[in-house]
Design a protein around this ligand. Structure first.
Ligand code: THU
Length: 130
């Protein structure tokens, strides 16, 4: 169920460290081991050193020993869709396939479901280096 992924992203959003932007983001990924890994944005007084929620969730997944993900959920507040930034699209690309579902959520749930291929067409990935 996607509900468990959404709940994990919501919890992570609540742990965001975003004192500079005031914009809390939570992300959760479902790995091929069946488990969910989540992360939040972690900002820094040296602004460019801040970490996005998706990067944080992916790092948690890799540190747990998983390297494939089948579903992603990103959650933020406000009226606009909180779609992954360009850098995070590429980070998801490393561990996903084109059809991987990416759910864009508000606090109440899914607002849009898209795919990695839609967010990052003609992407560069690990296969390019083989
Ligand atoms: N942010 C994320 O965590 N993920 C995204 O995909 C978009 C932006 C964070 C970065 C920064 O801490 C805050 O949102 C405002 O840009």
């Amino acid at each position: 169920m996607t509900e468990d992924l959404i709940a994990a992203a919501r919890e992570a959003m609540g742990r965001a460290y975003a004192p500079y932007s005031g914009f809390s983001v939570g992300a959760a990924v479902r790995a091929d081991n069946g488990r969910i890994y989540s992360g939040c944005n972690v900002e820094n007084a040296a602004y460019p050193e801040g970490l996005c929620a998706e990067a944080s969730a992916i790092a948690a997944m890799v540190n747990a020993g998983a390297q494939r993900l089948s579903e992603v959920c990103v959650m933020g507040k406000g009226d606009a869709l909180v779609t992954p930034c360009g850098g995070c699209r590429q980070k998801i690309r490393e561990f996903a396939v084109g059809s991987t579902a990416i759910h864009i959520c508000g606090p109440d749930g899914i607002r849009m479901t898209t795919s990695l291929d839609e967010l990052l067409p003609h992407s560069f990935g690990p296969e390019n280096l083989k």
